[in-house]
Design a protein around this ligand. Structure first.
Ligand SMILES: [Zn+2]
Length: 174
């Protein structure tokens, strides 16, 4: 591609356009961070109003902001891909798992338990065994048995909306 020779005014226009573009990216990033901060402040105000003093965890879909949700989604997706490839049993987790909010919650909890067993500095020596003996089979069993078992082995089937309570009082769970 040949470079077009620009006069000084043209160069200034290009520089201004580049600056504007950078400012727009900065603004998008700040807006995203602000949304996360807002979610955090909202959660803390809620705690103050209700007298609860609990600290929200970074894996709480109910309270984290959109940026944190995006990061959590990416990490969880990567980990679920790994367990589905690592354990033949884990193929029971359907590929449409992200379409089921309760399965997202279940897998998040399973992932946190896995991290406690494998990525904590001083894990309990039985944590990994418990994860295999209890947490993983428990989730796989719930996916296939009981009144809320999934029916997605061949293809995704959405649950009827009537399965869920109205969400107007809930703040953006995944
Ligand atoms: Zn499904």
């Amino acid at each position: 591609m040949t470079e077009i020779e620009l006069d000084p005014v043209g160069r200034q226009v290009v520089q201004h356009a580049q600056t504007l573009s950078q400012l727009r990216r900065d603004l998008d990033r700040l807006a995203s961070e602000l949304a996360d901060t807002y979610a955090d402040v909202h959660s803390r105000l809620d705690e103050l109003a209700t007298g609860r003093t609990s600290v929200s965890t970074p894996w709480s879909w109910r309270t984290i902001g959109p940026n944190a949700q995006e990061e959590l989604s990416t990490e969880l997706r990567r980990w679920v891909r790994w367990i589905r490839a690592r354990y033949p049993l884990a193929k029971k987790v359907p590929s449409c798992w992200e379409e089921h909010p309760e399965v997202v919650e279940e897998l998040t909890a399973l992932w946190v338990a896995w991290q406690a067993a494998y990525e904590e500095r001083d894990p309990s020596l039985t944590a990994a065994a418990e994860w295999h003996d209890r947490w993983l089979p428990g989730l796989l069993h719930r996916l296939e048995h009981g009144p809320f078992a999934l029916d997605c082995s061949d293809s995704h089937h959405s649950r009827p909306a009537s399965c869920y309570a109205p969400s107007d009082s809930v703040t953006s769970p995944q």
